[in-house]
Ligand binder design. Sequence first.
Ligand code: 26W
Length: 823
Amino acid sequence: PTHPVANAPVGTPPPTVDGFVREFLHELTSNQGVSLERSTVNDQYLALAQTVRNYLSARWIETQKKQRTTRPKGVAYLSAEYLLGRQLGNNLLATGLIDIAEEAMKQCGLDIAVLRAQEVEPGLGNGGLGRLAACFVDSLATMNVPCIGYGLRYEYGIFRQTFVDGQQVEQPDTWLALGCPWEFAHPEHAIQIDFGGTIETYVDADGVERTRWVPEWNVLGIPYNYMVPGYLNGRVNTLRLWSAEATKAFDLAIFNSGDYAQAVRAQTFAENITKVLYPEDSTPQGKELRLQQQYFFVACSLRDYIERVLGPEFDLHELDSRIIFQLNDTHPVIAVPELMRILVDLKGFDWDEAWAVTKKCFAYTCHTLLPEALEVWPVDLLGRLLPRHLEIIYRINEEFLDEVREAFPGDEMRIRRMSIVAEHPARAVRMAYLATVAGCKVNGVAELHSQLLRDKVLPDFSQLWPEKFTNVTNGVTPRRFLRLANRGLSELISSAIGTGWVTDLERLRELEPYAEDAEFRSAFRDVKTRNKAKLNEVLIARDGIELGQDHMLDVMVKRLHEYKRQTLKLLHIVTLYNEIISGRLDPKTVTPRNFVFGAKAAPGYLMAKQIIHLINAVGSTVNADERVGGVLKIAFPPNYNVTLAEKLIPAADLSEQISLAGMEASGTGNMKFQMNGALTIGTDDGANVEIRRLVGDENFFLFGMSEPEVAELQAKGYDPGTYYESDRRLRGAIDLIGSGHFSGGDRGTFGSIVTNLVTVDRFMALADYASYMDAQERVEKAYADTEEWTRSAVLNVARSGYFSSDRSMRDYIQRIWGTPPAF
Ligand code: 26W
């Protein structure tokens, strides 16, 4: 069969299965150097990837050629993380080659699913922020917006999680070990990046006193390009990730000194910069290497854009007509003084002229509310690594504080509060303040978060510049998380309303009437059942985990963090278990449920690691206890990642989004579950607020305090002990954990979790416990009415269109970038 292929090279005939087979076999022999008979699965995967890559690269070149003539304004997304997930399936989908490739592999006697499973996902991110960046670049390509994603090519991505006796053990993620067919290395375009040294002043030819940086050492940045295809539209954008290598000059000096071994060590030193992704996703460690990573990738990216994309002819006074640099959290904020340095020190701009340009070229997205997650760099560290940048930051701060003085004369307290340079506890640069001062716009990632950002995190700034602040609610790509991950539901949707929803997700609204259609509901349930069966197969093969048959699937997947409250979920489970084994609850009256957890803990976050241990301990105890009669099944597959998410989410019935109100900036998992027909049990937090508004109260299980109620309780003084004392079931659950029941009788194992809960409980799990238990009872009742539950599930899907990242991108374009579609 032939098939129109949108990303096929111009002028080439539509691909056929035969043609695909020929190209595949050619790649196998010429690139892998093996015959089909002797090839390994890895050979086959690489040859298949190469075949797809060939289709894309012609379009990619075409896109770039057009851009060089039309010179549109583009977006440079600056992000230290991209959590891409597997590429092959996505690229097959974008090129319209899925069916052809499947058939072609069949003709070669191969199962494409086996080949696809061979791909190791690039896990170059921690969680929400990195996955969001991947969704955004997908949407921009699909919407035909010129975008270049800049980031770091970590040699080791997020660690591989294993469990040893229920405890997390981290293994290095060797994602490049078997070869990555999706990257294009360009060592010939290496860029030199300087560090350290001193600054000196000199008088230039016009008699003007100027400053220059005399750096001490340097490394090379090697660009690796990745293709970001739009969905069936022929555009292929670029993701450019930088890898660090030693410079020739650097080792030559040492080689010449005769110390060969030292010279080789110097190479390792340089390469360390992009060796590994920092696995902390909320508490910056203030590590020098992290700052090196940040400066390294933004310095490479600015140079690349200014010199290679714009070129020497371009008048940098007009920079904002060609680019907006979107700062994905504060990690790339050192780009601000870097651009100032380029303009003032290297291009001869006046300070004011340079600042006027810089202010128009950056916009800042904040992704958090936790005070400890806000990056702050000690000035001694900054001054040692980037002396000129520190000086530039001081000047930006001085002029900014003059502006504040003018607006609020005599208000020295305000000056101190707003200073980019904090004086206490140690002198340090507040990167979020620098980003807010330099950015033309500042946005939060959900309505509630943006409001709290204005009112609680940056109140002085929003008072000074109210027009700077805006909201863009996050979104997720429906290509990966619905069309690709849930083929069954996609086909059902398309059979009802056509295929337009894939690029226009609001059209899912047309499904609303089908919620009333018993036949459609039955087909919808069949899809869920099949997705559950597939998940079972995956979990058995992957981890030997067997879920209960015909159980409700209740899923909580996200990074392990106290504010997300995995312990609250555990308290629900332990309560049910305790009530059953103490004879107060008949297991036959309990809705059979699989509780699935997926979560990585930052390696240095001890409480998070203990909570993982506790989940596993509760799991093995409850799963093995015959009194439970199999109605409660707990599964915690290790190494939750994008690939596993794509299997879990389409199978889920219930989505757990139970953070303390005011803590989760947005959440994006919540959106993926909704889109795949799970109902949400959740607090009024992050984007849950908007999900609930869209699906309606009757299709959402709300519980817990609202953000103002949390603030009020905080203010009057929170004592978790009172909840423990007064709630019998809660006390029973906590005491059971404290008794050593889940730790072979050892009371010490989980002692610190218990003590923390009843004495500190920073995220108020105990305060929300009763309300959560109530909501879970409502879930049970609702689930018992299969038709009503399905009706709600269909409505959840039908009302999820707003959470397409295409809509987020439209909002960024309208409210922040002003980028017109390219051509
Ligand atoms: C170690 C420094 C650090 C600090 C914060 C590293 C990474 C972060 C990120 C901001 C953590 C993160 O991923 N935040 C999540 O961003 C998502 C996308 O906007 C939101 O949906 C989540 O609510 C938010 O937790």
